[in-house]
Design a protein around this ligand. Structure first.
Ligand code: ATP
Length: 362
């Protein structure tokens, strides 16, 4: 029996439509070959250009599409010149995290042996870890509501027990799946600053309590500053890292750097009922409309979506196709013949995506 999944597609701003089109073609081609599932793509107009045209950045109809869909695929939203009257940027992707309670920001950092990257890895070593960034509270809790007085400014960091419990359970479950799949060591590290801040000691104590439910996994602690150092010195030793929103924001860009840049960094924002899959990069207005954007981070995000749908609906065919899509991208990066300019090549968006399609061919 074929199961159909509805995917809400936010093609967004800037390079968004250029990287969305080939990604949907690849997904469509995979689904067309499968007897287990099919995908129905529903466009969800939103973002800065939409706001400029209509006065709405996240229309109710698009939000309804997102809520109804089985998964949400989003490219990038926001344009520097289009702002709300108070001067803030248009970022429906951040609103979606809050509205849909997407507490776990999942940022895989992967560099296969032989794949070019900024670090020299020990012979045969690979980087393969996942950074989980709490995405609804932490220091971003007071976003837009910080207090600025004449000689002083204050922002509030908020850590709640309810969100931390969900976050840590998610992190341990992910580590267990990675271990079962032979891709992880079964180690979860809580990244914090518990030696200085009470809020982080609280965060860590909740982590330790949740760890007790996963006796087959190892629970470790690390301070955020040491973690930044180790991400450069020995990133091949990490498995699953879980941290607060602001720390995760910073460390995930460091993770993107380890892979060779934003053009290769996928992400997922996952909650208990919904999930958004999108590249880590923004709408890159400086290169929009030229057909030169790197589509690989978007394609890797789509691979994460297939994997998540497969896990959530216990449909292994989706996980298999997610893996195939990821491996096809890694093959293209390792071969190095169809790289876009950000990775030092000359390929167009379409040529890079076409190379992924060829690497996928049976
Ligand atoms: P945001 O704040 O919305 O995340 P940003 O200001 O960090 O965005 P990006 O839009 O991510 O900026 O762009 C940063 C730089 O990286 C730009 O020079 C952009 O052209 C480049 N860049 C981002 N994504 C890609 C991509 N997919 N392909 C090629 N270059 C990219």
């Amino acid at each position: 029996m074929t199961r159909t999944f509805e995917i809400a597609v936010f093609e967004g701003d800037g390079i968004g439509p250029e990287i969305t089109a080939p990604t949907l073609r690849l997904l469509g081609a995979l689904a067309a070959r499968s007897e287990a599932y099919s995908l129905r793509f529903t466009p969800a107009p939103a973002g800065a250009a939409h706001y400029a045209r209509t006065g709405e950045s996240l229309p109710a109809a698009s939000l309804a599409t997102a809520r109804r869909a089985d998964a949400i695929l989003l490219s990038a939203m926001g344009l520097p010149d289009v702002r709300y009257p108070d001067g803030t940027e248009i970022s429906p992707q951040i609103e979606l995290r809050k509205i849909l309670d997407l507490f776990a920001g999942v940022r895989p950092v992967r560099l296969r042996a032989g794949q070019p990257g900024p670090l020299r890895l020990p012979e045969g070593a690979e980087i393969d870890f996942v950074l989980i960034r709490e995405s609804t509270e932490g220091l971003f809790y007071s976003q837009g509501a910080g207090v600025v007085e004449q000689d002083e400014a204050r922002e509030t960091l908020r850590i709640t027990r309810a969100t931390s419990e969900k976050l840590f359970r998610f992190a341990f479950a992910l580590a267990a799946r990675r271990k079962a799949a032979g891709r992880g060591k079964g180690v979860v590290t809580c990244v914090d600053k518990a030696n200085v801040f009470r809020a982080f000691a609280f965060f860590r104590s909740i982590f330790d309590a949740e760890a007790r439910a996963f006796p087959d996994l190892e629970a470790r602690h690390a301070y955020v500053d040491a973690t930044a150092l180790w991400m450069v010195q020995k990133p091949w030793e990490f498995d699953v890292l879980v941290t607060e929103n602001m720390f995760g924001d910073i460390l995930s860009d460091l993770g993107a750097g380890l892979m060779g840049g934003l053009g290769l960094a996928p992400s997922a924002d996952i909650g208990l009922a919904h999930a958004v899959f999108q590249p880590c990069h923004g709408s890159a207005p400086d290169i929009a409309g030229q057909g030169i954007a790197n589509p690989l981070a978007m394609i890797l995000s789509a691979a994460m979506m297939l994997d998540w749908l497969g896990e959530t609906h216990t449909l292994p065919a989706l996980c298999v196709d997610g893996d195939r899509l990821r491996l096809a991208v890694e093959t293209v990066v390792t071969n190095g013949t169809a790289l876009t300019r950000d990775l030092g090549g000359r390929a167009s968006t379409e040529a890079a995506a076409e190379a992924v399609a060829r690497a996928l061919a049976p």
